[in-house]
Ligand binder design. Structure first.
Ligand SMILES: [Zn+2]
Length: 197
């Protein structure tokens, strides 16, 4: 329609979550019609975020500071670590304002089908944190899927020798990439309803 630059732009946009070819074309057109207002600020925001944002060495959260803003906050309760699959889960929990402990982002779940092994996830550093840190409780807030359950069992086994209390959030709650869709009350209830793993 309008040259390879436009096709390339639409192709990249269409790969983003929640986007398809149709919404990518609409977004591209909107930007191209107002490049100063929409396109150039986005381009510089993308470049700045790509250069500055890194995983936190302690918890795996994405931030431009390391340790991240959660780990560096002296008001957070260091006796609890909530283990989650992804940073999206962390954002969802933070939005609710009901959790004041620390996090540990696994970066996925164990999966025999996809060949994801313990060494592929941010697991070893969790054990180190529990062994060397001040945590008294580890909350497993993983997906209510086969892979989520497998990962939770594996983690509970790994953590048992450390003596830390291991709990799981209420069953049936679609946590794990799906925390976003839960309302705050449901999330708060899931956290309150956690039980020994
Ligand atoms: Zn952190």
């Amino acid at each position: 329609m309008g040259g390879p630059e436009i096709d390339h732009l639409i192709g990249l946009l269409a790969k983003l979550p929640g986007m398809g070819p149709r919404s990518a074309r609409r977004a591209a057109l909107k930007m191209l019609q107002q490049p100063e207002l929409r396109m150039l600020p986005l381009a510089s925001a993308l470049a700045a975020a790509a250069a500055a944002v890194k995983p936190c060495a302690d918890c795996g959260n994405l931030d431009s500071q390391d340790p991240c803003v959660v780990c560096a906050d002296p008001r957070r309760d260091r006796s609890i670590i909530c283990v989650i699959e992804g940073v999206g889960d962390l954002w969802a929990l933070e939005r609710t304002g009901v959790y004041h402990g620390l996090y540990h982002v696994l970066g996925g779940t164990l999966s025999a089908l996809s060949g994801i092994r313990p060494e592929d996830l941010n697991l070893a550093s969790l054990l180190t944190r529990v062994e060397e840190g001040e945590a008294h409780e580890v909350i497993l807030a993983l997906g209510a899927t086969v892979d989520g359950a497998t990962t939770a069992h594996f983690l509970a086994d790994q953590l048992r020798p450390t003596g830390v209390a291991v709990t799981r959030v209420g069953q049936g709650v679609p946590i794990g990439g799906a925390l976003d869709v839960l309302d705050d009350g449901t999330l708060a209830a899931a956290l309150r309803g956690r039980r020994s793993a």
